[in-house]
Design a protein around this ligand. Structure first.
Ligand code: ZN
Length: 375
């Protein structure tokens, strides 16, 4: 880094720290004094004047020394450092296996094991977990929740260990994987192309029911349901106890994603949710995330209808730069959303302060482009 850039970064950090430390002062938290303070301190002038009502949380792309610590409950049960995974017996031959960050499900039948997903971060650990529960057993079927590498990137490793097994997925997932042409993610062999219709996978004395609820996190992302134990695996939609992954879990269809969170408790009769990340959840976790998303949606709907396109602080030279002016406006919409939801949610969701700007930003863009997700 050259000296000039380093110097700018340092000055911004000082300005940010001053504002964080003085969050309740008008100079940092809104009002005309912010304008005066920015100039008086001289710190903000390198990059311009800060927005009015800047949230206390450090914005994206600015380094934060420490985020809000996780509680023990949020961090989850300890993982054996030797094994590197934890297995949870959900009864009836259904198991969750996770490394604390990723998780997946396998079902032991009298004719072999059904495995759902194969996260590459866990790799062989998933196979070890199965052997520990059912020594000498074979995987006889693999199911893909969706096409993303971080959940099925070890699929080729599973097929190598158990050649010729069928791979089940929705047709949209097959299309995505055919396009990806990734040797680590073999194209599924058994697909279905229905919408909201149960597709049973029966192996020995076990049955799983696959169902595609429409475009959501990813086209083809399905629910995998075990009716006997009322266990639902639905990946990258709800994050039990945690803030969603950045930008609404990178949902490719935000209205569809919102609609699925809103409807999934009615759509499936489940007691346990295996969500692909962290610890298993329940319907209560779905309700919590829906409440959080609804609060963001309400804050943004309010912001879009009440916050003026210009607050009079845009550099005069930028007023003909429509993208700069729109960024200025949408930054202020995002800031309003962050300010609105922080008091209620900052201690309720693990990692809230890591991604809250990105959540508000993604939903703001969707509401303005796709239309409201709540009707
Ligand atoms: Zn995903």
């Amino acid at each position: 880094m050259n000296d000039k850039r380093a110097s700018h970064g340092f000055r911004l950090t000082l300005a940010m720290l001053a504002c964080v430390g003085a969050a309740t002062l008008a100079g940092c938290n809104g009002g005309g004094d912010a304008h005066a303070q920015g100039r008086k301190g001289g710190e903000a002038t390198a990059w311009g004047l800060p927005y009015f009502n800047m949230p206390d949380i450090v914005p994206p792309n600015v380094r934060q020394d420490a985020y809000t610590p996780l509680t023990d409950a949020q961090a989850g049960p300890p993982i054996d450092p030797i094994k590197g995974y934890r297995t949870e017996d959900l009864g009836g031959g259904v198991y969750m296996v996770g490394d604390g960050i990723y998780n997946t499900m396998f079902v032991v039948s009298d004719a072999g094991v059904i495995l759902v997903d194969a996260p590459p971060s866990m790799g062989e650990k998933t196979l070890n977990a199965i052997q520990q529960v059912a020594p000498g057993s074979k995987i006889v079927a693999l199911i893909y929740s969706h096409a993303h590498i971080d959940h099925i990137g070890f699929a080729a490793g599973v097929v190598k260990a158990f050649p010729g097994i069928p791979i089940y997925a929705h047709e949209e997932t097959r299309k995505a994987l055919a396009q990806a042409n990734d040797p680590n993610r073999p194209v599924p062999t058994n697909t279905f192309n229905t919408l909201d219709v149960d597709f049973p996978v029966v192996v020995g004395n076990q049955k799983l029911v696959l169902r595609y609820p429409g475009p959501n996190h990813d086209p083809g992302n399905i629910g995998i349901y075990h009716p006997g134990q009322k266990v639902l695996m639905l990946v990258d939609v709800v994050y039990p106890g945690w803030m969603m992954w950045r930008r609404l879990g990178l949902a490719t269809n935000i209205p569809g994603y919102f609609g699925l969170v809103k409807s999934m408790n009615a759509r499936w009769d489940f007691d346990k949710l295996i969500a692909g990340h962290f610890q298993p959840g329940t319907k209560a976790d779905v309700e919590t995330q829906l409440e959080f998303m609804t609060d963001m949606h309400n804050a943004l709907t309010e912001a879009i209808s009440t916050i003026p396109y210009s607050d009079g602080r845009l550099n005069a030279a930028d007023t003909k730069n429509s993208w700069a002016a729109t960024r200025d406006w949408t930054d202020r919409l995002t800031n309003h959303c962050v300010n609105k939801v922080t008091p209620k949610w900052s201690t309720r969701l693990a990692s809230f302060d890591v991604w809250i700007y990105e959540q508000c930003m993604a939903l703001e863009q969707s509401i303005r482009i796709d239309g409201p997700s709540l009707r």
